[in-house]
Design a protein around this ligand. Structure first.
Ligand code: OAD
Length: 229
């Protein structure tokens, strides 16, 4: 049997922008409205956990009101003919809802909560808020299952392994500002084809890179055509 080509998609906030989820660093983005260190860092959590809970409760509620877009759906459809792994910095569940089956969430998941002392004690919470005073099984305050600034990124090795085996890497909607995620594409084999989809300039200098300067939905439609040529 013919080996399916391996595609690794590295996705960021931009792939969910057309679903109505605000990105972080674009004009009008979340980090213009909030201080990132107050709401998305381990120090912020220690300083004002109620503010942090409110921030993620709002994000989670909004997630329930949006739908995956054509870019998420095309990535899922590619599984018919390719071995696809999605490595996402996004904490939304739009890849899952579009039907992708292999997804590595580098920065955690909004629809999960965990113990604030034991990172492995994770529970599904769907779209409901986490309340201040709500306890995990170990009696610690329940916190969002999000990887914050100042914390390790446990899934990074699994993601690097996936990228190192890719025939094709597709970078979609990330400003490549946040490490270690931004360094992942450096693990791609020298002969891999690399595509970058973004309507804005993203500074990246790598080997074999084809830039598609489009929004995610249009860019993924183009990729689909290229892959089936
Ligand atoms: P950013 O907000 O930094 O970058 C979003 C990228 O999406 C930019 O390059 C935009 O040009 C692009 N973009 C905007 N609209 C788009 C569209 N319709 N289609 C395609 N691309 C579009 O978001 P990330 O790179 O994902 O982490 O941010 C990385 C991490 O920083 C996040 O995971 C989050 C944040 O702080 C944590 O909070 C831990």
């Amino acid at each position: 049997m013919k080996r399916l080509k391996k595609i690794v998609a590295l996705t960021g906030a931009g792939i969910s922008a057309e679903s109505g989820i605000t990105t972080f660093r674009d004009s009008g983005g979340l980090w213009e409205q909030y201080d990132v260190m107050e709401v998305a860092s381990i120090d912020g959590w220690r300083k004002n956990p109620q503010l942090v809970l409110r921030f993620y409760n709002d994000r989670r509620k909004h997630l329930d009101e949006v739908e995956p877009n054509a870019a998420h759906r095309i990535l899922a459809e590619l599984e018919k003919d390719f071995d696809v792994t999605v490595v996402t910095q996004n904490v939304d569940n739009l890849h899952e809802r579009a039907g992708s089956s292999r997804i590595i969430h580098l920065h955690g998941e909004l629809t999960k909560a965990r113990s604030s002392v034991n990172p492995g004690m994770i529970v599904d919470i769907g779209y409901r808020p986490i309340e201040w005073g709500e306890k995990a099984a170990d009696d610690s305050q329940l916190r969002p299952h999000i990887v914050w600034f100042g914390e390790a990124v446990p899934m990074i090795e699994m993601a690097a392994d996936a990228v190192s085996l890719a025939d094709i890497a597709i970078i979609i909607g990330t400003s490549l500002n946040v490490y270690p995620a931004a360094g992942l594409v450096g693990y791609a084999p020298r002969d891999a084809s690399i595509y970058l989809i973004d309507p804005n300039d993203v500074s990246y200098s790598g080997h074999n890179i084809t830039v598609i300067r489009e929004k995610a939905t249009v860019g993924m439609e183009k990729i689909k055509q290229l892959l089936y040529e």
